[in-house]
Design a protein around this ligand. Structure first.
Ligand code: AHR
Length: 502
């Protein structure tokens, strides 16, 4: 099968905001406890943070990590996680029916972020709490000193404020499962007042208001319209979430899901434009896609754990999806969508980062390793920075339940002008045909292949485990070439590739 693509240096979408390669860590299952934090682990540092996990995280060069939830945040008291550890209370977590001893709180998380070289993106509790707890948390985190909360932070060992710029106004408040769920009007009024108070402290904060938990919510997209009509002047992003599932094991439909993602983004972008027009506003509001990933492998297992749970276990193995090769293709397609929608998606967070639906897995007291999906996330985060190109794509397609004529070739292109580098991320969605792709490079001067990475596997279900960590891993590609201003390459059936031209 043949496909053609045209890339032109001046035909661009937007500067990609680095923060689309963000991640998420929630007090859920083993994400924090025995994920990033395990004081007895042989690689633990003086603060109890696992060194092996920190190394895997560092390599991803993640710009920001959202914390502490998720559903967890909607009944969380941030004050439980400050002060001497021995004085911190153990609390019941209503979201996941577990308990949390609060050994990790804002100080520990902030220090870990520094270790792995990332920024914090914090969520306030607008479920069981509200404006007052939010403004106190903000003062604790960002005020230099001379006030009750900032002086308490200093007393607790952190002299300098952390200056966190990006804040989420609650989590998935449209969801009836959320502690303190509200209807759109109720939430919008609370979010607006909270945002006003937070801005009164610092008008330069970037605030994220809750949009829909997914595109099949009955309130979508009316929720966004109502919420934005109340908050448009004081927020910067609308938060969207989407998880990708394939319980029917239908790869064609599964790999077409990013078409649905694209429509979801387009619908909310239009809603934003509608409210902007209605308000005659000059300011722009963007999308923060702060939870996305494949999530379905562990759901059966979790049902059994949660339904069979009589107690309130601390850090049980929840949401531990073991990712396969098929998920590499899905994650490649999803990230391609974010690159192609970099005009409106300015933040995105893979959900989550360690153990809980995550690219990194750990064993308690044992190894840490890369799940299959680590790699497409890694390649995009490291090499997908620059300007997104508006590619003209001509590829045969197929009909799926989500969309007709889904192109077999899913591709995005990024131009890093500073380093003179052109990077393409390509997925072949076809089960048994290769795609011979030819990409016209118009207006670019470079002509040599700088890097070529390929991921293929004969078994879509292949996974990486602690015993077999490299079953699904990239290898160096061959055969790609640039001649007469055209890049040509062959993409094997069901494959992910990154090709870089200098
Ligand atoms: O990431 C897991 C959960 O998914 C989060 O807690 C919640 O926000 C979403 O429903």
């Amino acid at each position: 099968m043949k496909a053609t693509v045209t890339a032109h240096k001046d035909y661009t979408i937007a500067e990609i905001d680095d923060r689309v390669y963000g991640a998420f860590l929630e007090h859920l299952g083993r994400a924090i406890y025995s994920g990033i934090y395990e004081p007895d682990h042989p690689t633990a540092d003086a603060d109890g943070m696992r060194g092996d996990v920190a190394e895997l995280v560092k390599a991803l060069n993640i710009p920001l990590v959202r914390y502490p939830g998720g559903n967890f945040v909607s009944a969380y008291n941030w004050e439980d996680g400050i002060g001497p550890k021995e004085d911190r209370p153990t609390r019941l977590d209503l979201a996941w029916h577990t308990s949390d001893n609060n050994e990790v709180g804002i100080h520990e998380f902030a220090k870990w972020c520094e270790t792995v070289g990332t920024e914090m993106m914090l969520a306030v509790n607008l479920g069981s709490r509200g404006l007052d707890a939010a403004r106190n948390f903000l003062e604790y985190v960002n005020h230099p000193g001379g006030s009750y909360w900032s002086d308490l932070r200093i007393k607790n060992g952190q002299k300098d404020p952390w200056n966190v710029k990006v804040w989420c106004l609650g989590n998935e408040m449209d969801g009836p499962w959320q502690v303190g769920h509200k209807d759109a009007e109720e939430y919008a009024k609370l979010a607006n007042e909270t945002a006003k108070a937070m801005r009164a402290f610092d008008s330069s904060l970037e605030l994220i208001v809750c949009g829909s938990s997914h595109a099949d919510m009955p309130t979508y997209p009316e929720w966004e319209r109502i919420v934005l009509e109340h908050t448009y002047d004081v927020v910067d992003h609308v938060s969207l979430h989407m998880y990708f599932r394939n319980p029917e094991k239908n790869t064609e439909n599964f790999l077409a899901l990013n078409q649905k993602l694209d429509r979801y983004i387009e619908t909310i972008a239009s809603t934003i434009r509608y409210v902007k027009g209605k308000k005659r506003s000059k300011r722009d509001v963007y999308i923060s896609f702060d939870e996305w990933n494949v999530w379905y492998h562990s759901q059966q297992q979790d049902r059994a754990i949660l339904q069979g749970s009589t107690g309130w276990p601390h850090a049980p193995a929840l949401l531990e999806d073991i990712y396969n090769f098929e998920d590499v293709l899905q994650v490649g397609c999803v990230i391609n969508t974010f690159i192609r929608r970099s005009d409106v998606v300015k933040i995105a967070c893979i959900a989550q980062l360690v153990n809980v639906i995550a690219p990194i897995m750990t064993e308690r007291g044992g190894d840490a390793w890369k799940q299959t999906i680590y790699y497409p996330y890694y390649f995009a985060s490291i090499y997908g920075r620059g300007t997104a190109l508006h590619l003209l794509v001509n590829s045969p397609g197929y009909d799926s339940i989500h969309d007709d004529n889904v192109p077999y070739l899913d591709v995005s292109g990024v131009h890093d002008e500073e380093n003179g580098m052109l990077t393409f991320f390509l997925v072949n969605r076809h089960a048994n045909e290769s795609i011979d792709v030819e990409i016209g490079l118009q207006g670019f001067t470079g002509g040599t292949i700088a890097d070529h990475q390929v991921m293929t596997h004969s078994n879509l279900e292949a996974v990486n485990t602690s015993k077999n960590k490299e079953e699904v891993a990239p290898r160096k590609g061959s055969g790609a070439q640039v001649a007469d201003g055209k890049l040509s390459a062959s993409l094997p059936p069901y494959s992910y590739q990154m090709i870089r031209v200098k």
